[in-house]
Design a protein around this ligand. Sequence first.
Ligand SMILES: [Zn+2]
Length: 244
Amino acid sequence: MDDKWIQNIRPRLTEYLKVFYIDDIISKKREITIDLDNVYKTELIEVMEFLEEFPNDGIELLEECYNDAYYSMNCEKPDVIITVKNIPEEFQCNLELQDLKSIHIGKLVEFDGKIKNAKKIVSGIKKLGLICTSCGEIRIKNIDNPFETSLENSCPRCAQNMYLLNDESKYVDYQEITLNPINKEFNSKSELILEQYVILENSPGIYSGVVKIIGIPYRKQNKKTGVFDIMVKGIYVEKIEDEK
Ligand SMILES: [Zn+2]
């Protein structure tokens, strides 16, 4: 992520965050939700375009710039979780749950669904710190999906086992939910009840009703066949209707 474009946008985005998120920075808030519609309308169109195409890198960029903004005000490194809401209408990331396809994998999407099933929140690794007790090597990795992450790692220097280093690891709340489509026309025509599985990152804990999800679809790991379920990592959830 260090091409020229990023270098140019970085100071502008940091400045933007300093202005619009000053209250959050001063109060040292831990969970920051960036309003993308406002980012877009404040002449940071490229940031929104980047996020649409490369959402994981885009959120990392937001996090780095937020950290810089925070550091310049508080003179210390923050421990924050950055998420996004309010995708501008111009971007048409919105789709019906039943229309989710391979083309959407790795992109930013937004859809509504009715909660069919929800599990209890678990604490999952977001940043994995590892140490080799033989040679002292320390590694820190960003984890995309803790449900598909192995804690068995071997040391890149001496090939011995590496162990979890809690002080360097970061945990956030994850929740698995299953959604059904809410499109009445689709549901009335279909004999089937479609289900979409979503892993909510940094979930507030949501158990019923109709929800809006902003997320990033991915292929579920499968070592046996050439077919992959399309799953969604949910980075933002909002309840839009209670269960009737
Ligand atoms: Zn080692």
